[in-house]
Write a protein that binds this ligand. Structure first.
Ligand code: C5P
Length: 225
């Protein structure tokens, strides 16, 4: 691992879950711990990059030297990321962004009305942050290198390959099962235009360093030793 591989690069990372409000006290979220994204932000910083971490609600300490922006919902994350992506040279989307949000969050706590009838929730689709950034002018011109993640329960290579194409990113990273939520180790499948390779099971800290190295090798300006 060459420590200053990413000197001069501006790395933007999303991490953690999003929280989609139902009313002022309730919401919908997921089990993402944010650990992988935080480890990636730390490794990128240690590799010499200027790092901004846009984090959903997680109880993790901010890695040293990393600028952190806390967000709650997918829309908040989108609003934070889009302008930052105009400056970044590498975008790594590890966040487990909710695909849908309650169509209209209630301003007041939803109360039982005594009738025994459960309320129903209507959903609206959230913007796809990664796909939006990957379609930007800067991504197309090669000024911004985009990396996506996939968590799948089965057929990881098939889904990761399809997701890479759908999102329009040069590198798609799959979490190799079983589900890694909250755990301290993981194994990764890397899918790019050349094919696929694996980073075998290791701590998220070590995997993050290895992934940053792989991104540095692939990113046009990041390959300088
Ligand atoms: O489509 P799916 O959610 O499986 O894609 C996962 C990848 O896309 C991850 O990199 C995730 O951070 C990103 N994503 C996003 N915005 C969304 C949904 C997913 O940036 N609304």
């Amino acid at each position: 691992f060459q420590p200053k591989r990413l000197a001069g690069q501006k790395v933007l990372v999303t991490a953690g879950p999003t929280f989609e409000a139902i009313d002022p006290v309730r919401g919908i979220t997921n089990h993402s711990s944010g650990k992988m994204g935080f480890a990636i932000a730390r490794a990128a910083r240690e590799a010499g990059a200027e790092v901004t971490l846009v984090a959903g609600p997680v109880a993790l300490p901010t890695p040293r030297g990393v600028r952190r922006i806390n967000v709650v919902s997918a829309q908040n994350m989108y609003d934070a990321v889009i302008p930052l992506a105009q400056e970044a040279t590498i975008f790594i989307a590890t966040a487990a962004v909710a695909d849908w949000r309650p169509a209209s969050a209630s301003q007041e706590k939803v109360k039982k009305d005594g009738s025994g009838t459960a309320p129903t929730l209507a959903f609206a689709e959230n913007p796809d942050i990664l796909a939006t950034v990957a379609q930007s002018e800067r991504a197309h011109s090669g000024a911004l290198y985009c990396v996506g993640f996939a968590a799948e329960s089965h057929d990881l290579l098939v889904h990761a390959t399809a997701k890479r194409a759908r999102k329009g990113v040069p590198l798609l990273v799959g979490n190799i099962g079983p589900a890694t939520f909250g755990q301290d180790d993981n194994a990764l499948l890397l899918v790019d235009a050349q094919g696929h390779s694996e980073l075998p099971r290791a701590s998220k800290r070590v995997l993050a360093q290895q992934l940053i190295e792989q991104i540095a090798v692939r990113h046009p300006d990041g390959a300088k030793p």
